[in-house]
Design a protein around this ligand. Structure first.
Ligand code: SAH
Length: 332
């Protein structure tokens, strides 16, 4: 697609055009994945973070966050439960928490790998040195989620403190890919200072990186952050960005994100209808859920892991999709 065409779909307000775009995205998704929707068990193991991203509820300087860390035993208990519930992928996500040194991450990955030799282990713990990423990979991690957040330098600078840079984040993504990880990039829709042109850059960056996974969700304001009073991203535009990503990267694994489900009661289902093919129900202990508050009003914070698993299955089936508990690597 040309820049003009992409910009047209990024901005259109015509519901019929959007519906045609979603139909095309579904067709592309069906070619490689049929109607299957893969499940990933998400373990939010720490909400401590040394970074201060302007949009994020668990940023270092947000003093209103009740901070927590899971112990290695607690993380393994999440995996045990996840395995019983049928998950074949564990996603370990957290803030950039200095307590979790490379050695501690290696210990955790090694312990999970020992118990679950055939499961996929996904990390989502931010920007690290190449050596660290290599150690985690050696220990048995297979996938890494690191959204680029925005592919525009000025926009990136408007959302992050000066200590962070888009160049470094992009470098991390290419390094992860070189090491052999299945890599996930992605961005929020509707962040302050975002324009149709920066969204176009996001899509062009995805084409350049060719990640195995693409995470896209609406920006949702988080209390106690610099963007806490800003408007949330639109459901419709987020869905169009999911569809465009599917069309540009036909084989990508694209989650219908929790943020989509937070801004609309059937947001995740509509994500699947716009070309997504993954869901990431929560496996974190119920007691800590509400503290992993990336944004306000996050859904599913009061549910047990088993409830989330069943709830998602029902939602998926009601829209004609087939829950698929296999490991679900990217199609080749
Ligand atoms: N520390 C890890 C994990 C970050 S949290 C890392 O750096 O990758 C996972 C994702 O949540 C982020 O990449 C961001 O895109 C999203 N997120 C953070 N704050 C948000 C907000 N206010 N609204 C919507 N999504 C948000």
């Amino acid at each position: 697609m040309t820049d003009t065409e992409l910009l047209h779909y990024i901005t259109t307000r015509d519901p019929d055009e959007a519906e045609a775009l979603f139909a095309e995205a579904r067709k592309v998704r069906e070619r490689y994945y049929g109607n299957a929707v893969y499940f990933r068990g998400l373990i939010e193991f720490t909400n401590y973070c040394k970074n201060d991203c302007f949009y994020c509820g668990i940023r270092a300087s947000n003093k209103n966050v009740g901070r927590y860390r899971l112990s290695v035993e607690q993380i393994l208990q999440c995996c045990t439960l996840g395995n019983i519930l049928g998950y074949k992928t564990f996603v370990l996500q957290g803030g950039e928490d200095p307590f979790f040194t490379d050695e501690r991450i290696v210990e955790i990955v090694t312990a999970i790998r020992r118990e679950y030799p055939n499961h996929a282990i996904t990390l989502s713990i931010g920007e690290k040195e190449r050596k660290s990423y290599e150690m985690f990979f050696e220990a048995g991690a297979n996938r890494y989620l690191l959204r680029h957040e925005t592919a525009d330098n000025a926009h990136y600078a408007a959302m992050h403190p000066a200590s962070m840079s888009l160049a470094h984040r992009k470098q991390c993504l290419f390094t992860l890919k070189e090491i052999g990880y299945q890599v996930g990039a992605g961005f929020m829709v509707g962040t302050p200072f975002q324009t149709p042109e920066t969204l176009l850059e996001d899509l062009r960056f995805l084409e350049e990186l060719k990640p195995a996974m693409v995470g896209i969700g609406p920006f949702i304001p988080a209390a106690g952050t610099p963007f806490g009073e800003e408007a949330q991203g639109s459901l419709e535009q987020t869905l169009r960005m999911v569809a465009l990503s599917r069309i540009l990267l036909p084989k990508a694994l694209i989650p219908a994100t929790t943020a989509l489900g937070t801004i609309s009661s059937q947001g995740r289902e509509r994500g699947l209808m716009a070309g997504a093919n993954v869901v990431m129900p929560n496996l974190s202990p119920k007691a800590v859920r509400k503290h992993y508050s990336l944004y306000d009003n996050k859904i599913c914070t009061g549910d047990e892991a088993a409830e989330c698993r069943l709830c998602m299955e029902g939602r998926i089936r009601s829209f004609g999709f087939i829950p698929d508990m296999r490991r679900g690597d990217a199609a080749v």
